[in-house]
Ligand binder design. Sequence first.
Ligand code: FEO
Ligand code: CA
Ligand code: CA
Ligand code: CA
Length: 677
Amino acid sequence: MIEKNTPLVIDNSGEEPLSNFSDNPTFAAILDARQQRRAFLKGGVGAAVATFMGISLVGCGSDDDDNNSSSSSSSSSTASSSTSSSSSSAAPMLGFTAIAAARPDTILVPEGYTATAFVPWGTPLTGSLPAFNDDGSNTGADQEQQVGAHHDGIFFLPMDAKTTGTNSDEGLLVMNHEYFDPNVFHTNGPTSVDGKRPTDEVRKEVAGHGVSVIHIRKTDNVWAVVEGSVFNRRITGATPMDIRGPVMASAKLSTKYSPNGTETRGTLNNCGSGLTPWNTYLTAEENWAGYFVNKDATMPREHSRYGVPDDHGRFYWETAESGEDLYARFDASTLGATAADDYRNEPNTFGWMVEIDPFDPESKPQKRTALGRFGHEGVIFAPAEEGKPIVCYSGDDSTNEYIYKYVSADNYYAAIAGGYLLNNGTLYVAKFNEDGSGDWLPLDISNPDFIAKAADAEVTFADQADVLINTRLAADVMGATKMDRPEWGAVHPDTGEVYFTLTNNSGRTVTDAANPRPENRTGHIIRWRENADANTFEWDIFLLGGDVGTTTGEISLTADNHFASPDGLWIDSRGVLWIQTDMSGSQQGDGPFGNNQMLAADPVTKETKRFLVGPMDCEVTGVHATPDLKTMFVNIQHPGDRSAVGDFTSHWPGGGTSRPRSATVIVTKNDGGMIGS
Ligand code: FEO
Ligand code: CA
Ligand code: CA
Ligand code: CA
């Protein structure tokens, strides 16, 4: 007797609901105060601040012996237009002609460049190398051996990364797979039978998530996967992982799978990523809370503050027909006698940064709990300095959430550096003051200020593990600044200046200096530089997103660079800032911005030009390049994400009537030059 599968409607907006109901005040300061400070800086009184906010970047592009043609602009420009070609006359920091906003179902790049789709979702990678079936009929077992869905954060690690790091012809392409589009992923969309998900659909969906490690090589100027390489690897939502750092073995991580709280299975909703100074890959767990359900009458704070649903998981994985433990664990309700008899603590094993060593295929991924638990967008490291602590930054991409900094307790020594540096350190959260200064507030149970503020707020933490499991609550307690959805960060390789995207926050009513616009639909980019004391910083707003004519100080957006919802961010070794956008489907469809895109900016002059436009209903997210900057890898996520079953809104990259597939795009310059030059 065969039950008929019925279509399942899944809300796949991909964003967690607002869960910051803390009443820590936002700043009363408003945009006027911000503008006053700007006048102050221009008046020269704040010379020290003005220096690090740009002028000291002059000449910063000559860091790399290979990149001798691209020193940055020597002008401390006061260009009235960010696209004025004269603003970069001293050096071709951005030598290409900007492309127009558009809505193609293909990739657009400037004249003189070529863009080629590479390793799309479903590319055979490991094991028996199952071919991709365009009718959506690949099984869960197939997907476990194929490149995952929804390409996101990406890095190219040259094969000699651990020595000279100059190989631009062969390396490991390591990338995240954030989630999947149910209507595109399966032949007939997602289904259920008597309220249960067919197990192989769930298996395939779990395997669509995670990370791919792909060994690639360039031969006669054509990049290809090295088939059968021992480095080719899939890490999925089911891969066994270790819990490390201060939260390891916490009673709040005890589960039926790992009663002592030292292990878990899988990583989910892997958005951005980061590269450690010792050449391992960190993958971020972003919107993980929605994958679980907790039906208990009272939900613990470590679930409620993160938005774990109380009715069902986003994809109903907990209902998998087989009832097997691997999927039943997504029900975090209290079902057994003790925590070791059920999965009430399973959500506590997610929300971390996960370290993967792509050069060690046998290595087990490690969840690095010292970096905190939240909706990690990604992570960006400051350049490591011998004999000093390592420093990295991570944003919590949810409405009104925070930006964090981690500083290791131990010093960095290149010869012995490793993941242990991520197991012991201090996590700070950012407070942006309205006068352009900032404070890093320690989330440290031994810190007197933290103890006092927790007492004032009548919040109790049992130990540092409890603080880290409840990172958002700890940040609430300290009075961190509620941001307009922090996404990626980028650190300038020479100056250490940090840039962060704040993608949008249409619900903002109370503004502050760092988030100066109510109903901020188009987002902005903020930047700061650390002060010598390491506990304070100076900041300003680099660029406000918006339509043509939107101004940030003296810079006014034009048709060559108007943008909204900045998300992905990377600064290459020359100092070019690459900005990627993640506008919603409606913002792409109705707005003046066209499809999602990537722009290149000069951090000194703020000259900004649109470099790439993606296909219909996609997001452009994740960018990296070979060391010679002559091959760029850009990820295109969820083309056609507003598709109905069998009615696709994009056919990229296959064209014709084919199913849309997330893919990497390889960008090269036709004359063999550096990208952007
Ligand atoms: Fe996965 Fe915040 O984007
Ligand atoms: Ca993102
Ligand atoms: Ca986004
Ligand atoms: Ca996304």
